[in-house]
Design a protein around this ligand. Structure first.
Ligand code: CMC
Length: 427
């Protein structure tokens, strides 16, 4: 295959280098297109734009493949822990025993928040959305560690990354306690990452909370499945913000905001709302699907920019829901409705022809609900899971000597030049 492609423009031809990735993905390098021809490319929604080269994650949407640093998601979800997966994503290799022990202790060491920051939760009204709190508090953490605003060594980065991964879970739990009016529970150094989060969420003021091992294992799986997904909206946001030289905390806080939207991480909430409406009898499943096909509604938790066959994360979560719900003694009518919707969609030409399949958000909400996680916290859990991926991408930008500030162009479609009109002369 040729290592360049030829582009014929009305007034000239130009050769564009072809870049080939390790999984034989091909891209056209257009970095010199504008300087040599005056043209730019237009790709609304960036569906055909490669914004960077990256070693963190590989997705083949046609075949339903997802690998973190080369490791299949199915193997990680079955065999790894979230803490180990975080290490893998950030440093590129699975840790040996000592490295994992050191990394886990570092996370434990950083799990608490400065008391000043704890008091900041008091100023947030109970009805404040936990995603808003999460984003503000991640930025606020940096105020307590100004030495980490300018990362100048691998060790600085290690400290900043560990603080974020560890504290995001504490912030999330504290923000939940604030909304329900319970006093905060401090993290316990004896607990592993997931048990500690559940302890901080659910311990009552005068009683402890020993998390059911099935609950811990379900949370572990959910966090691993959400940990990374290459250039999605929030990760691209983190890379975009990081490309300006902004620090890790600010970049990840921006990632939280991008994740919040219902077309991205907020979809897990939207799925539950949709299933809740159907369960409440607002409309039957068939009528709802007709409305979806008439574009009066969206089937939330369906469709993906990249996956055009199946989303491997959804497959794993559906299996997990089938196993974990009965174990937890939960018989959720919403699971039945979700399966009914899926069955109809998979046999309907509207969805089949558009290659719309369940995505990660379709079953994650049902699992989280079975685990007793309140709906408002679903996207927060997604953010806790995605943190290692964001950090890995920020670091890739930070370490890339050829990285430039991300600054797309546009095709201007507004007014051409006109003269200023004094206010008295305007209609
Ligand atoms: N329900 C009904 N129709 C849909 C859906 C859906 N969920 N998703 C896409 N379509 C239709 C869309 O109307 C369009 O139809 P037409 O060709 O007739 O105009 C066609 O399918 C292509 O859709 P698109 O909006 O151009 O696709 P996209 O790649 O821009 O959007 C998406 C991808 C995930 C935003 C979209 O599928 C969607 O809105 N899904 C529902 C929200 C959701 O579940 N989001 C979570 C995504 S996975 C986790 C994450 O990234 O956070």
């Amino acid at each position: 295959m040729s290592d360049s492609a030829e582009l014929s423009l009305p007034d000239q031809d130009i050769k564009l280098p072809v870049i080939v990735g390790t999984e034989n993905e091909h891209g056209l390098d257009i970095t010199k297109l504008r300087s040599e021809t005056g043209y730019i490319t237009l790709d609304s929604g960036y569906g055909n734009t490669g914004s960077c080269k990256s070693e963190v994650c590989f997705i083949n949407g046609e075949k339903g493949i997802l690998r973190y640093r080369g490791y299949p998601i199915e193997q990680l979800a079955e065999k790894s822990s979230f803490v180990e997966t975080a290490y893998l994503l950030i440093w590129g290799e699975l840790p040996n025993e000592q490295q994992l022990a050191d990394w886990s202790s570092l996370l434990t060491e950083h799990s608490n928040l400065h008391e000043g920051l704890r008091f900041a939760f008091n100023s947030i009204p109970p009805q404040g959305h936990p995603m808003a709190t999460l984003s503000s508090m991640i930025n606020a953490v940096s105020s307590y560690h100004p030495e980490l605003l300018n990362v100048s060594s691998d060790e600085d980065f290690r400290q900043a990354a560990a603080k974020l991964i560890s504290k995001v879970r504490t912030i999330a739990a504290f923000s939940y306690r604030q909304t329900v009016g319970y006093p905060v529970r401090y993290p316990k150094p004896t607990h592993d990452y997931c048990s500690n989060f559940l302890h901080m969420m659910f311990s009552k003021p005068y009683s402890g909370f020993e998390a059911d091992p099935d609950l811990v294992s379900a949370l572990n799986k959910i966090l691993i499945l959400h940990a990374e997904h290459e250039q999605n909206c929030s990760t691209s946001t983190v890379r975009m913000v990081g490309s300006s030289g902004a620090n890790l905390f600010a970049s990840c806080a921006a990632g939280v905001c991008a994740l919040w939207g219902p077309l991205h991480g907020g979809a897990n909430v939207a799925v539950l709302e949709m299933l809740g409406r159907l369960h409440a009898g607002d409309m039957n499943v068939k009528d709802f699907m007709e409305r979806v096909k008439n574009k009066e509604e969206r089937l939330m938790g369906f469709g993906h920019r990249v996956y055009k066959n199946f989303d491997p994360r959804a497959t794993i979560l559906k299996e997990a829901a089938d196993i974990i719900l009965p174990k937890l003694g939960v018989n959720d009518p919403l699971l039945k409705i979700a399966k009914e919707l899926e069955e109809i969609a998979l046999a309907d030409d509207y969805f089949v022809s558009r290659k719309l399949y369940p995505n990660v958000d379709f079953y994650s909400g049902i699992l989280l609900r079975a685990m007793g996680i309140p709906v408002d916290m679903f996207t927060v859990i997604f953010a806790i899971g995605r943190m290692p991926g964001w950090i890995a991408h920020w670091y890739e930008v930070f370490r890339d000597p050829s990285a430039r500030i991300n600054r797309p162009r546009q095709i201007y479609t507004g007014s051409t030049e006109r003269d200023y009109t004094p206010i008295e002369a305007r209609s």
